[in-house]
Design a protein around this ligand. Structure first.
Ligand code: BTN
Length: 261
């Protein structure tokens, strides 16, 4: 059985102000999202992090399953942001994941809108943000991050065609505790920066491989093709349709379509 990932992470030193002030580790859990949500409801401080070695009910965006076997990274972080900062959480998490992967592996991850982290066109990480808002106040938000590190994605039929893991792309075993430690540092730095009026949007936009591409966007059973022109200040995708109209998408998925035939 692998050692406790959180102990290994702390052994290397964790110098953060908010994210990771409290770290909980589970060998197996349903979903770290649910555990972090329970912690938040019970009054846990923001920055509480729930890490699991495996999940029996890991979930992704749009109600999808998230393959959660041993050997990867699965974590959820409790935040208590302002209403203004809430839409930036997912964005800053995307930036933090790419920074952490770059710093620990030397690889060059990119982002596919809305927030899939890709290396060489294959997905290595995903981000899920959930929140409880009452009136104009954010009660809490939970940001979940899954990073494929050691998983043999080729052996998992459902994801083999579009996913990969850090060990495969780096062609060496990447220590998960190094990625986790760096990720917590980057999440902390970016969150503190947002609190000081900063924004991760510029860095995130520069990481988006989707911009300038002809894409097919899928959302709730509907789909349309257009040019991914830009993202707005909330990270919504602005798609120029073939009839010239501009549509703004707040959620969904895109697939690259290549140049017009
Ligand atoms: C996506 O669909 O791309 C988002 C995937 C998010 C997966 C992570 S793994 C840790 C946390 N717990 C979950 O059940 N989901 C998120």
């Amino acid at each position: 059985m692998p050692g406790n990932l959180v102990s290994a992470t702390l052994r290397g030193g964790l110098f953060t102000r908010v994210v990771g002030k409290r770290l909980l580790f589970f060998q197996e859990i349903g979903s770290t999202m649910d555990e972090a949500g329970r912690e938040a409801e019970a009054g846990a401080d923001e920055g509480t992090v729930v890490v699991a070695e495996s999940q029996t009910a890991g979930r992704g965006r749009l109600g999808r399953n998230w393959v959660s076997r041993e050997g990867n990274l699965y974590l959820s972080v409790v935040f208590r942001p302002t209403m203004q900062a809430l839409p930036l959480l997912s964005i800053l998490a995307g930036v933090a994941v790419t920074r952490a992967i770059r710093k620990t592996t030397g690889l060059d991850p990119r982002i596919k809108w809305p927030n899939d982290v890709l290396i060489d066109g294959k997905k290595v990480a995903g981000i899920l943000a959930e929140s409880v808002v009452t009136g104009n106040t954010v009660s809490h938000a939970v940001v979940g991050i899954g990073i494929n590190v050691g998983l043999d994605t080729d052996a998992v039929e459902d994801i083999a065609s579009f996913a990969t893991g850090l060990n495969v792309v780096a062609e060496r075993p990447v220590p998960r505790e190094d990625v986790l430690r760096q990720l917590l540092h980057d999440l902390d730095a970016l969150y503190l920066d947002v609190g000081q009026g900063g924004s991760p949007m510029g860095e995130w936009r520069a990481l988006l491989e989707t911009l300038g591409q002809r894409v097919q966007a899928h959302w709730r059973g509907d789909s349309c093709v257009g040019l991914a022109e830009d993202v707005d200040e909330l990270g919504n995708l602005q798609l120029r349709l073939e009839d010239g109209r501009l549509v703004t998408l707040s959620a969904g998925d895109v697939t690259l379509r290549g140049p017009e035939p």
